[in-house]
Structures are given as C-alpha cells and as structure tokens.
Design a protein around this ligand. Structure first.
Ligand SMILES: C[S@@+](CC[C@H](N)C(=O)[O-])C[C@H]1O[C@@H](n2cnc3c(N)ncnc32)[C@H](O)[C@@H]1O
Length: 207
C-alpha cells in the first residue's frame, strides 16, 4: 500500500540524484508556473512539496517563500539552496501536504509542482490548499492529469500500480472537477514539460 511514509522513504533515498534527473526534465514547468503566478512585491508564497528547491531561482527577490516537504533528504538539499542570498528569503519545514501546520487564510499565492501525484490522498491536500489560502489567493498546480484518450487511459491503469509503488503518478482524480467542487474560480490549464506530459493548472480561491 502507498503511504506518505513509503513515499518519504523513496524521496529520502533518491534525493542525491534528484537534481541530475529532474532539473532538466521538469525545469520548463517550474519556471512557467512562477511566471504565471506573478507574485506581487512583499507577498507570502507557500510552496508545497518544495523538493530540493529547484524553483527558488525563479521567484522575484522581494517576496517571502515558505516551502515544505515530507522528505528530510529533499529538504537537506533545499536548505543549501535556500542559504544562497541571491534570491528571495525562503523558510523551510518538514510537513505533510495532507495536514498542513498553518492557520487558515495564511498565503497570498500557493505553488505545488509535481507533488499531488505523489500524495496518497490528493483530495485532502486540495482541501488544505483552500484552507490555508487567503480569499482571492492565486494557486498554481503543476501536475500529471488523467488522460482523456481511452487507449492512453487503459495504459495508465495498467502501469499505475507500478508507478504508484515508487511514488509516481498516483493521481487518479479528476483534478479540475475537484477544484470546481471547492469553488475554484478562473481555472486555466496549459500543457507543459517533455511530451506535454504535465499540465499547469492555475485558479483563484473564492473571496
Ligand atoms: C516529484 S518531487 C517534486 C519536487 C519539486 N516540487 C520539484 O519541482 O522538483 C515530489 C516531492 O513531493 C514530496 N512529497 C511527497 N509526498 C508529500 C506529502 N505528503 N507532503 C509533502 N511533500 C510530499 C516529495 O518528498 C518530493 O520532494
């Protein structure tokens, strides 16, 4: 069974190789996500599943980023990038996206890149996003979305248990419907990354 703990172990083990493989492969999505986020000066941004901190260089210098991840291995790498003073201030913590330790209405912007696919219960994480976001907050989720093509969908169902067992591609939810259920406004979706495998989903939290 896939648990937050088993996924954490996978990323703890994998953290030293992560940048080598996933920096080039997923870079465009991260950069574009922050371009679309367009945070205003002085705003508070939450980055969920911050990983090794590959996004830090793309934030403007005059914002404050709070990043968390479930894996200490990934966070260790993120800490050394956060120490580089050429980008904005970044605070880091170990936390589970399914139960965040922030009060309600804490953030102006929220970013989650390639994370919801590896959270065992993405619906809980989405509920938490709406709780910690301020009314009117902008949210960007970069994610693998279920394929609408019937053939591809069958292939995904076949490979899903294999990928899920190593902490990849666990999202079998219809993300846009889930977001609408919580009242997301102005939902926009654009393809990104290698072979357009991922999508950038942006929306605004209702006032
Ligand atoms: C594919 S990596 C993406 C990392 C980073 N966002 C990036 O763009 O490179 C997924 C990250 O989500 C983290 N993660 C997995 N489950 C999590 C959870 N329940 N809560 C917080 N982070 C989690 C993993 O430890 C890992 O760092």
């Amino acid at each position: 069974m896939i648990t937050a703990q088993s996924i954490k172990q996978t990323y703890d083990r994998f953290s030293s190789l992560y940048d080598l493989i996933f920096k080039p492969f997923l870079e465009f999505g991260r950069q574009r996500a922050i371009e679309l986020l367009k945070p205003t000066s002085g705003s508070r941004i939450l980055e969920i599943g911050v990983g090794t901190g590959l996004s830090f260089e793309y934030y403007p210098r005059d914002v404050e980023v709070f990043g968390f991840d479930f894996s200490y291995g990934m966070l260790r790498k993120a800490k050394s990038k956060a120490a580089d003073s050429s980008h904005c201030p970044v605070k880091l913590a170990q936390m589970d996206a399914q139960s965040m330790a922030f009060p309600d209405n804490s953030f102006d912007y929220i970013m989650a890149a390639y994370v919801l696919t590896v959270v065992p219960d993405p619906e809980k994480a989405v509920r938490e996003i709406f709780r910690v976001a301020r009314p009117g907050a902008k949210v960007i989720i970069v994610n693998y979305l279920c394929n609408k093509n019937k053939f591809m969908s069958v292939i995904e169902d076949i490979f899903h248990p294999v990928f899920a067992s190593i902490g990849l591609f666990t999202l079998k939810h219809d993300l846009p419907s889930l977001l609408k259920h919580y009242g997301a406004q102005d939902i926009r979706i654009e393809p990104t990354s290698f072979l357009n495998l991922h999508h950038i989903v942006s929306f605004t939290v209702p006032d």
